[in-house]
Design a binder for this molecule. Structure first.
Ligand code: SAH
Length: 222
């Protein structure tokens, strides 16, 4: 089956799962997931599964990207912050739907690869930073939308602080490593927060600090 046919099959599968937001579906259709997947897994680009991207990390499952993107309810006027650039795939999808996407990552080589892809795909409204994303991006706050693609035990307070008070929204997985995790949507209005559970998910953990090269180089060798 051609990669185009596999892509269409995936989009139909997402529709069947109840994904109805046509803007989200067309963003997924327009971003070539195969470009974000390592060559050895490329034939699985349009399977609905997470795949390894090196450094112990994964590119999220397409249906999870779709659910999180839909739950964010992004529009073209919005500034959006993503914690956990990883392969850059989720960032690329979001960049088609918002005004400007800020994406932060803690592993330097992953971020460099993602930045190159953004350039090659001409996704010019993405700005990145190598940082521990638990601090957010205070200079650019407030954000109308924040998404975290790594799991924390609790909602990071600094991310909530950087949400717009006028309906700012945060979508993130919460839980402990290896245990069932809950996808949450938090909507801020002034000082009050509305929390909605969106179902069970599995993400890699949100970790402290930044990795310049060290462990990354060792992972590649093994
Ligand atoms: N959105 C990514 C998913 C990558 S997996 C994609 O579409 O491919 C989660 C990513 O979060 C990993 O790359 C991991 O290194 C990163 N991460 C984990 N803890 C982090 C932190 N504190 N700050 C920034 N990034 C973090």
């Amino acid at each position: 089956m051609s990669i185009e046919a596999r892509k269409i099959r995936l989009i139909m599968e997402l529709r069947r799962q109840g994904l109805a937001d046509t803007a989200v579906l067309s963003a997924i259709e327009r971003i070539p997931r195969e470009a974000f997947v390592p060559p050895t897994f490329r034939d699985q680009s349009y399977e609905d599964r997470a795949l390894p991207i090196g450094h112990g990390q994964t590119i999220s499952q397409p249906s999870v990207v779709a659910v999180m993107t839909q739950a964010l309810e992004v529009d073209k006027r919005m500034k959006v912050l993503e914690i956990g650039t990883g392969s850059g795939y989720q960032a690329a999808v979001l960049s088609r739907l918002c005004r400007r996407l800020y994406s932060v990552e803690r592993i330097a080589p992953l971020l460099r690869e993602a930045e190159e892809l953004f350039k090659a795909l001409r996704l010019h409204n993405i700005t990145t930073r190598l940082v521990d994303g638990q601090v957010g991006w205070p200079e650019q706050a407030p954000f109308m939308r924040i998404i975290a693609t790594a799991v924390a035990a609790e909602v990071p307070g600094r991310l909530v602080d950087q949400l717009s008070e006028a309906g700012g929204r945060l979508v993130l997985p919460i839980g402990r490593r290896g245990r069932p995790q809950q996808l949450l949507r938090i909507t801020r209005s002034g000082d009050s927060l509305l929390e909605e559970p969106l179902g069970e998910v599995r993400f890699v953990p949100l970790l402290d600090g930044v990795e310049e090269t060290g462990r990354a180089a060792r992972d590649r060798a093994s």
